[in-house]
Design a protein around this ligand. Structure first.
Ligand code: SF4
Ligand code: FES
Length: 248
């Protein structure tokens, strides 16, 4: 396949950035999108030009690093896949592909297509954990019976990989789906009950502090989420938040 890539180039968070067009040839439909980006970077290297910086790690849909906005959609046109799982067969010979970083005030560009998503880490640090007393009498987590439906729901929520596509898809750059998934995975389990109130209050407070927008129930986050995290998580977080606020 021959393609025309329009790639966002930006030196750092302070500089302006612009779209640069790169023609590319010899792209196989079985290549992943990131392998196609590797080919582009080899070409740029051969020409003595600076390669395009983009984030990636596992390349198998687990780590959540590969944050690319492709033709206006986080992780591209396919559903329930990350950018690293997107195959070039999704595109046609001669296509123009526009590649941008995830755009949000809380995700400043580090360089080119790589953004700083440490805001998500700080939300997690605000409450996305359980404190376990390791006194020697700690009960094995597996010894606590959990309703199958709750265990399944907690598992679905825990599938969030923190990629940030929900933020990039949202017109308000809201991080509600991410935060709600992290709150839900504990809210549904007995182990998460002890710190439930402080967890939801602190995580929501941190989310607001980071400059993410509010949820206005558009649902774009749910559609673009590569892990199928549902809006039900946001409803659950809102209920948890109200209950915790009422407690004071
Ligand atoms: S909720 Fe979905 S889109 Fe948002 S960070 Fe988690 S996995 Fe990514
Ligand atoms: S590189 Fe890890 S999810 Fe894509």
């Amino acid at each position: 396949m021959k393609l025309s890539l329009k790639v966002w180039r930006q030196q750092n968070a302070q500089s302006k950035g612009k779209m640069v067009t790169y023609p590319i040839d010899g792209i196989d439909g079985d290549m992943s999108f990131l392998e196609m980006m590797d080919v582009l970077n080899e070409q740029l290297n051969d020409k003595g030009e600076e390669p395009v910086v983009f984030d990636h790690d596992c390349r198998e849909g687990i780590c959540g690093s590969c944050s690319l906005q492709i033709n206006g959609q986080p992780h591209g046109p396919d559903r329930l896949v990350t950018t690293c799982q997107l195959h070039m067969r999704t595109f046609n010979d001669g296509d123009e592909i526009v590649i941008e970083p995830f755009r949000a005030k809380a995700f400043p560009v580090i360089k080119d297509l790589m953004v700083d998503r440490s805001a998500f880490d700080r939300i997690q640090q605000a409450g996305g954990y359980v404190s376990v007393n390791t006194s020697g009498n700690t009960i094995d987590a597996n010894a606590t019976p959990i309703d199958k439906a709750d265990a399944d729901e907690a598992f679905y929520s825990a599938a969030c990989i923190g990629c940030g596509a929900c933020v990039a898809a949202c017109k308000n750059a809201s991080a509600m789906l991410f935060t709600a998934a992290k709150v839900s995975q504990y809210a549904l389990l007995p182990q998460g009950q002890v710190e439930a109130s402080t967890r939801v209050l602190n995580m929501v407070e941190q989310m607001d502090k980071e400059g993410f927008g509010n949820c206005t129930n558009t649902g774009a986050c749910e559609i673009e989420c590569p892990k199928g995290i549902s809006l039900e998580n946001i409803a659950r977080m809102n209920r948890e938040y109200l209950a915790a606020s009422a407690k004071g």
